[in-house]
Design a protein around this ligand. Structure first.
Ligand SMILES: NC(=O)c1ccc[n+]([C@@H]2O[C@H](COP(=O)([O-])OP(=O)(O)OC[C@H]3O[C@@H](n4cnc5c(N)ncnc54)[C@H](O)[C@@H]3O)[C@@H](O)[C@H]2O)c1
Length: 375
């Protein structure tokens, strides 16, 4: 059994005695069924399943199917709005402002990126400010959508009104885990995708550790009095503590700019005392800059990027390190492993999903069909 959830976990997963595995396509069908029962149109249920299962496949269980109970709670509180689409509220050519209207992030972010991709292909560049989206999950998914279209992208995201992270030098929660993501498409290969929470670890990773009954790596958490701790319960039981930002003042500064680019520039909102979220909703705002690399006068860009990657990877490895990875490669390795061997789900998370399926209106017999697929 794992003893901690570290920042750079091994790209291949280790099935433990208690975790059981499920094939990605069966899990996808389960997620689709849950949301169709809850009232989503088939395309919405499919986009949500695509996103959540891809997060699990990529090794980011924090943003995978374990999010379903939170989404069901948000729906129950009339926060998450089913079958809601992204609305372009201002079209300034190379700058689009898009309102997610609390629709499923998996739908409205997909649609916002489709608009941005179309515009960047036409103009060479497009900045998209997406505001008021319900949780948009793993940001790499949106960068991969742009990369699939041959485009470079940068994404700055805030978790509006949901502070979990202490600023550098502070000891209580002042901003969210505000992710940053950048991607670079490669000819004939998977894109480079740098995608991380500006907290030392994503909040969902504390949930995964808490559910598994394990500790987190040192340096990631403060307790309610600002003392360092490795107990994930400080994020899940009162009195609440905080996450720390990664990289001291640098990560804390990047988180602050994710808050402002994501929350303010998009016409959304930032975190402060009058915007604190009290419901189960997670509201994300994201400012994305999407670029067509062919618009630059850079015919050797791909070759230069490849030459650099080869050079970087030729560094002699530190003791105990099996490989030097480019951004996105650990996720690619996990995808190959989990596609072949199934996705491991811990019993607590499985039970929470089961309860959510029942709440969405699935019958016991339908749920048991999926229980039977765990091996
Ligand atoms: N929607 C939201 O509100 C929200 C908030 C926070 C985080 N997130 C998401 O949570 C996910 C997890 O974030 P995280 O901070 O835990 O990610 P992480 O710490 O696992 O870092 C992931 C990034 O680092 C790279 N990486 C990891 N190990 C590496 C190694 N050994 N060598 C080279 N590169 C390596 C990966 O390719 C990836 O780009 C992300 O997908 C993020 O978008 C979403």
């Amino acid at each position: 059994m794992e003893t901690s959830v570290a920042m750079n976990a091994s790209p291949t997963s280790n099935p433990s005695a208690v975790e059981r595995r499920i094939a990605a396509d069966t899990l996808h069908a389960y997620v689709r069924a849950i949301w169709e029962h809850a009232g989503s149109a088939p395309r919405e249920a499919e986009l949500v399943a695509d996103h959540l299962v891809m997060s699990n496949l990529s090794g980011h269980d924090s943003h995978g199917v374990g999010m379903i109970p939170r989404y069901v709670a948000s729906l129950g509180e009339d926060q998450l709005k089913l079958n809601t689409h992204a609305e372009i509220v201002r079209d300034a050519g190379a700058v689009l402002t898009v309102d997610g209207r609390k629709g499923f992030g998996q739908v409205v972010a997909y649609e916002a990126m489709e608009h941005g991709i179309e515009r960047a292909k036409k103009l060479g560049v497009c900045a998209v400010g997406l505001r008021n989206a319900h949780h948009i999950g793993r940001i790499g998914h949106w960068a991969e959508q742009c990369a699939k279209a041959g485009l470079v992208s940068f994404h700055f995201v805030n978790v509006a009104g949901d502070p979990l992270v202490a600023p550098f030098g502070g000891i209580d929660r002042r901003f969210g885990t505000n992710p940053f993501c950048a991607a670079y498409p490669r000819d004939g290969k998977s894109p480079l995708v740098l995608d991380f929470a500006t907290a030392g670890i994503a909040y969902g990773k504390t949930r995964v550790a808490y559910n598994k009954g394990v500790k987190v790596a040192p340096g990631m958490l403060l307790d309610h009095e600002g003392r360092p701790t490795i107990e994930p319960k400080v994020m899940h039981e009162e009195p609440f503590g905080s996450l720390t930002a990664f990289g001291l003042h640098k990560g804390s500064g990047l988180a602050a700019l994710c808050e402002i680019f994501g929350g303010a520039l998009s016409g959304g909102y930032t975190t402060h005392d009058s915007t604190l979220e009290t419901s189960s909703a997670i509201i994300n705002c994201m400012t994305s800059v999407i670029l067509d690399p062919n618009a630059f006068d850079a015919p050797a860009a791909q070759a230069e990027a490849e030459a650099f990657l080869e050079w970087m990877k030729a560094s002699p490895r530190a003791e105990g390190v099996d490989a030097i990875y480019a951004p996105g490669e650990p996720e690619e390795a996990r995808r190959a492993d989990r596609t072949a061997n199934g996705i491991a789900i811990d019993p607590t998370t499985w039970k929470q999903i089961r309860d959510s399926a029942a709440k969405s209106g699935m019958t016991e017999a339908e749920i048991e069909k999926f229980d039977g697929a765990l091996r």
